[in-house]
Design a binder for this molecule. Structure first.
Ligand code: PMP
Length: 417
């Protein structure tokens, strides 16, 4: 089980003896610092080009205008903004979220939406509501590191389903669904990131989407479709969402973290009404009410700002960075390296020549003044040693080119060993 495996990994808390160790609940055993988080301290040193973190470039927002907007919220709506709100989220914001989702091809009623503290909280609430210790949850391999951490924190039995360049491999999904049934623990859900997957950068083809839906419906398994990057498309055409092909068996997660700001912590879940009601109750016990203030700021932003233009501006900035990343990888990477070619989002997944361990190589890379996330962090079972996630969202195109040059120096150093 993933929690056990993860405990064998070096822990950030490991250097000091914890006097409370005998007191923790069993579920706290699965709570260990992720490799990504541990890397942030190194990656934020000024001399390092960080291809590690997935931070959106919020400095590109019109900050002065946003400052005025925040002031207006306080002066015109302060009495509401500074008060408690509902755990389901502001009703006007939920309507606006439905308008936003139409751009992603999702048509929904505000009643079925719950506003969450980023889509991360939606993942936490869903796991809280559906997963008992030992329950099987299926995820892509590799997958979003904090989803793994959340599932592990609830002591899930995390089982991976392989990806290729077209997305989830249907035969592997079928096998995992059948195996879970044979084990007497039918999967509680299949968690997938169909667009510009984190960390692999892969987008699932229309055919694979239909196959995933067919298999999950046949096995009566819920699908959690996590789509924070869907509107950050730099080329190609959007594929239909799984939600739009479902019959009430898809829970759709969205977020404004990548298209506006992660600091505002506005995400959401769109769920069948019975599930949505459970999520609201879980949210009440987790936080009583969402931040009314942040919701009103976002409500005003969506009402008064040319936010679609802002997304276009982000897309042209990120697509230039993506091109810088793919161009430098093509020009400089040594023979035997492969990498994905994302049509959007923030991430490229690179695989190293046979025998090179991305995690073991990290100190050499830091010495060369570049950081990345080793692939092992994106699996619950220790796989991924030959791989790494490279992010192109935060550094400038120039920094990306320099970062890849340094990365190549580190890889060549390993090859020469
Ligand atoms: N899902 C995926 C796939 C992500 O990459 C992220 C952010 N890195 C999240 C969910 C969480 O985003 P937030 O909580 O900021 O909405």
């Amino acid at each position: 089980m993933s929690a056990d495996h993860r405990e064998q990994q070096p822990s950030q808390q490991g250097s000091r003896i914890d006097p409370h160790v005998g007191r923790y609940a069993l579920r706290a055993k699965g709570m260990v610092a992720s490799e990504v988080r541990a890397l942030f301290a190194v990656a934020s040193r000024p001399e390092i080009v960080s291809l590690a973190g997935g931070m959106p470039n919020v400095a590109a927002l019109p900050l002065e205008q946003l400052g005025d907007l925040v002031k207006d919220v306080v002066s015109e709506e302060g009495a509401t903004a500074l008060q408690y709100g509902s755990a389901q989220g502001d009703p006007v914001l939920r309507e606006q979220i439905c308008d936003y989702m139409t751009l992603e091809g999702v048509h929904a009623s505000p009643e079925d939406v719950i506003v969450t503290v980023g889509s991360q909280q939606a993942l936490d609430l869903l796991t809280r509501v559906f997963v008992d210790p030992g329950d099987v949850v299926l995820t892509e391999a590799p997958t979003y590191v904090t989803a793994i951490n959340t599932f592990a924190a609830f002591q899930a039995d995390i089982r991976h389903v392989g990806l290729d360049e077209q997305g989830v491999i249907p035969e592997e999904l079928e096998e995992a669904l059948v195996r879970a049934e044979l084990d007497g623990k039918p999967a509680k859900f299949f968690y997938t990131i169909p667009n510009f997957q984190n960390p692999a950068g892969i987008t699932m083809t229309a055919e694979r989407r239909a196959q995933v839906m067919e298999a999950c419906e046949r096995h009566d398994v819920l699908v959690i479709e996590d789509n924070p990057y869907g509107l950050l498309r730099y080329d190609g055409e959007a594929e239909p969402t799984l939600y739009s092909q479902g019959n009430g068996n898809v829970i759709y997660l969205g977020s404004l973290s990548k298209t506006l700001s992660p600091g505002l912590r506005i995400g959401w879940a769109l769920a069948p009404s019975a599930v949505r009601a459970k999520l609201v109750l879980a949210a009440e016990s987790a936080m009583l009410s969402h931040s009314t203030f942040n919701q009103l700021v976002v409500r005003r932003y969506l009402n008064t700002f040319p936010w679609k233009e802002q997304i276009k501006a982000f897309n042209s900035m990120y697509s230039e960075r993506r091109d810088a990343m793919l161009g430098s990888l093509a020009a400089m990477m040594p023979d035997g390296c492969t990498w994905t070619k994302p049509e959007g989002g923030f991430f490229v997944w690179a695989t190293l020549p046979e025998g090179i361990d991305a995690k073991a190589m990290l100190p050499r890379a830091v010495n060369e003044r570049v950081a990345y996330v080793p692939g092992t962090g994106f699996y619950a079972d220790g796989r991924g040693r030959d791989s790494m996630r490279l992010s192109f969202c935060y550094p400038t195109p120039e920094q990306i080119r320099e970062g890849v040059r340094r990365l190549v120096a580190a890889i060549e150093g390993e090859i020469d060993l």
